[in-house]
Design a protein around this ligand. Sequence first.
Ligand code: ZN
Ligand code: ZN
Length: 156
Amino acid sequence: MPVQKPDTIEAQLHAAERACRHNGVQLTELRKLVLSIILQAEAPLTAYQLLDRLKETRKGAAPPTIYRALDFLIEQRFIHKVERLNAFIACSEAEGHHDHPVQFLICRQCGTVAEIEDHAISRALAHAAERNGFRPGNAVVELDGTCAECAPPATG
Ligand SMILES: [Zn+2]
Ligand SMILES: [Zn+2]
């Protein structure tokens, strides 16, 4: 059964707090602040864009601070890193994916990234790897192109 997606940032932060309690880890003020910045962003943010926004409330924030917070948030699966953009987005599943690989659809025009979780894609990749005697590790697929909003309307 699909998990109901919380519709506000506040609700998503609460869900993150609950998950942290459940995992026996701490969502510190700073980690929460970084997560809320990512949740509020319309497009993926790079670490430096994040740092700039963080400095609005935390003047002394330095790159190591942000990297540690990002590592934590990725580990807890609250956010993802989009390698192609070297940027971070909030996970679209509030409760996390467990171990399923995800796919990112990156729009070249508006810069939005949609996250999908298509098991057929990950299975096909795993099988293709096996046929080549290759043991797959991280199987995140990043596809760039044009999103439905930016695609020109079909003609004729
Ligand atoms: Zn996700
Ligand atoms: Zn677009």
